[in-house]
Design a protein around this ligand. Structure first.
Ligand code: DC
Length: 651
């Protein structure tokens, strides 16, 4: 099985711009599709669940286009969907399946909706029962009460009252409310039983209002859609950052020093999950909040305290509290979380099983969980994620207990947060990316900076040199892209205590020969070679951080690096340095030939199609032509001090 190993970490700090909220993205898409006029949606989340919604809308005859980045334009149908027949596959996206079921049930067409196996285990009977009261013709194609569903054309009763149960999922009420304006008449929705996850209904009502439909409510029992309600595009809308996703980063700050700042949600957010920050504060974390940011730091005492909390208002983010509980003094009790049982997996059972892998005492109730914390993390754990993005994200935090953690099937985070692990690594293992041309001295500077700050060091050029050396030794031609990529994919090389080994033998001197230098520049031009080395380079990012040097560290390998330096010097200065190096080693050298070689290599590295040598727009320029090595090192460390004070504190 695919897995990701997270190295032990003890400190987290930095800032993260959050991806868009899933709940808001999928609601905006549906509302825009049903509205009159065109809607421009900015900062849409591009994750699996949102892609399922986009595909479904296209199959239903909705015209949408992607603009720059994550901006989308949707041309609304001004009412029911144009396509009167469609087969929709909705994966495991509850935020697509439920609202589309309701909207299609009122669309007078013939549709089939299905998803992955787990989607077919997630109940939908409460919603179907409500829609049938309006006259909808919905049939279960598998088990009674569960997807897949078939919807047939039916005469829909205009107006009147509908009752929906509120105890299992708030998404049923959301789905009904969003679809009811399609009937063209006013309607009243009665909620039977206790309504859970109310903040999600607030989001629904808020977004419907932005599209021109104001729902009146009487407490949480009765909701009125006014007669003549019709969606109209507000023109442009912005998707807030995902407040549930914020919970992992804030918790990292609360557990492991901080400060960690999330940007994209804050005091002005319409998402209930921002109140997760209050729960962290109740555990002792120091929290600050602005209109669209939140920052978390560990308690003054250094240790979180256990918490007892009714989590009805933060059902998704509450999972993160269960993992924070591992680090807290005392027993944390989370109650009113029955909805966990019908999510991507049975989250109460899954959470209990995985928490116990760290030696925690866990009590599982029908709608609660109690976790005893204050652990010394003595065990290594391999975490199963149950195809549940939140399980994977939650348990990444456990490495902050100073133990290695293996996350199985890490790509399940694609559901809501495709680059989650990269962002997380950015907090616990920041990267200082130093790029520049050959012989600029960046290798010497990078290694010294890493040594002074106690960070890991990656000499990415050595990997390309090793590929060239292995090819020369095995008789693989330097223009045989496929053969070179095969070597790169299984390069028997390692870096041990400053030594560079190939096939177990010291290759440190051999890879520095002029033949290997020229060869490396040639093999590095093959896209397949670069692709084969990409993940290998990324694996060097481990806590407490990495100084990585090469040509494309800031542009391709670590584009999110918080500090990027482009270190260069004139070709003449570089040739002279190289000349002195060779002479000092007792080797013969000709400065004109060295200069000529450097210029050729610069040209090849800069002109190649993939990952050319370039200064990224966000990199700082360091010209060392007139600098000593010590001056260059001091310059970089000063930048680290400004950008990454925690990392610099070790120097
Ligand atoms: O940094 P160096 O001189 O050891 O690099 C050797 C060659 O490898 C150089 O010609 C360019 C290539 N290289 C690359 O393409 N990308 C990197 N990240 C590092 C090196």
């Amino acid at each position: 099985m695919e897995y990701l190993d997270l190295a032990p970490a003890s400190h987290a700090s930095g800032s993260v711009r959050l991806p868009g909220s899933k709940s808001i993205s999928n609601r905006f898409l549906l509302l825009a599709a049903l509205a009159e006029g065109e809607t421009s949606i900015r900062d849409l989340l591009l994750s699996d669940d949102v892609k399922r919604m986009l595909e479904a809308l296209r199959a239903l005859g909705i015209d949408w286009q992607r603009g720059e980045g994550n901006d989308f334009r949707v041309r609304g149908a001004d009412g029911a969907f144009p396509a009167k027949q469609a087969e929709l596959f909705l994966g495991n996206a509850g935020t697509a399946f439920r609202p589309l079921t309701a909207a299609l049930a009122l669309s007078k067409g013939h549709y089939r909706l299905c998803g992955v196996a787990r989607m077919h285990e997630r109940p939908i009977g409460d919603l179907v029962d409500a829609l049938r009261q309006l006259g909808a013709d919905i049939r279960y194609l598998g088990n009674e009460g569960f997807p897949p569903l078939e919807i047939r054309p039916a005469t829909i009763r205009a107006g009147g009252r509908v009752t929906v149960r509120g105890e299992a999922s708030s998404q049923f009420l959301t789905a009904l409310l969003m679809a009811l304006p399609l009937t063209g008449a006013g309607a009243v929705v009665d909620v039977a039983g206790e309504l859970i996850s109310r903040p999600y209904i607030d989001i629904t009502l808020n977004l419907m209002a932005r599209f021109g439909v104001t729902v009146e409510r009487d407490g949480w029992r009765e909701f009125r859609i006014p007669a003549g309600a019709r969606y109209r595009s507000p023109g442009m809308v912005f998707v807030e950052g995902d407040a549930s996703s914020a919970s992992y980063f804030l918790t990292a700050g609360a557990i492991a020093g901080g400060p960690v700042r999330v940007e994209g949600v804050g005091r002005d957010s319409i998402q209930g999950d921002v109140r997760f920050a209050e729960a962290l504060a109740a555990m002792g974390a120091r929290i600050e909040m602005g209109p669209n940011w939140i920052e978390a730091r560990a308690p003054e005492s250094g240790r979180l305290q256990a918490l007892e909390l009714d989590c009805n208002h933060i059902p998704d983010a509450a999972m993160t509290l269960a993992v924070a509980a591992l680090f807290a003094e005392g027993t944390t009790r989370l109650t009113n979380i029955a909805s966990w049982r019908v999510k991507e997996t049975d989250r109460i059972a899954a959470m209990a099983t995985e928490l116990r892998k760290f030696g925690a005492k866990v009590e599982e109730g029908a709608d609660s969980i109690a976790v005893s914390g204050g652990l010394t993390f003595v065990q290594n754990a391999a975490i199963d994620t149950y195809d549940d993005h939140r399980m994977a994200m939650c348990f990444s935090l456990a490495c902050l207990g100073g133990v290695p953690v293996r996350i199985h099937d890490p790509s399940c985070v694609n559901k809501t947060f495709p680059d989650y692990f990269e962002r997380f690594a950015g907090l616990v293992a920041p990267v200082i990316a130093i790029d520049g041309p050959s012989a600029s001295g960046k290798g010497t500077v990078a290694a010294l900076v890493a040594g002074k700050l106690g960070l890991h060091y990656l000499d990415s050029g050595a990997l390309y040199r090793l590929v060239a050396l292995a090819a020369l030794r095995r008789g693989v031609a330097l223009d045989d892209g496929e053969g070179l990529a095969r070597i790169a994919g299984s390069l028997p090389a390692s870096f041990e205590g400053g030594r560079i080994l190939l096939d177990g033998e010291d290759a440190g001197t051999a890879i520095r020969s002029e033949e290997c230098s020229a060869g490396a520049s040639k093999v590095a031009a093959f896209p397949a070679v670069r692709a084969a080395l990409l993940e290998r380079q990324r694996a060097y990012r481990q806590a407490p951080g990495l100084v990585a040097e090469g040509r494309d560290m800031g542009s391709v390998v670590f584009p999110g690096a918080p500090l990027k330096v482009f270190l260069t010097a004139t070709a003449e200065a570089r040739a002279e340095r190289r000349y002195k190096q060779l002479i000092d080693k007792g080797m013969s050298a000709n400065i004109d030939i060295l200069l000529q070689d450097l210029r050729e290599r610069d040209a090849r590295d800069s002109a190649r199609a993939v990952a050319p040598l370039q200064k990224c727009a966000d990199a700082e320029l360091l010209d060392t032509t007139a600098m000593t090595v010590d001056e260059a090192v001091a310059w970089v460390i000063e930048r680290v001090r400004q950008r990454l004070p925690q990392a610099a504190a070790r120097s």
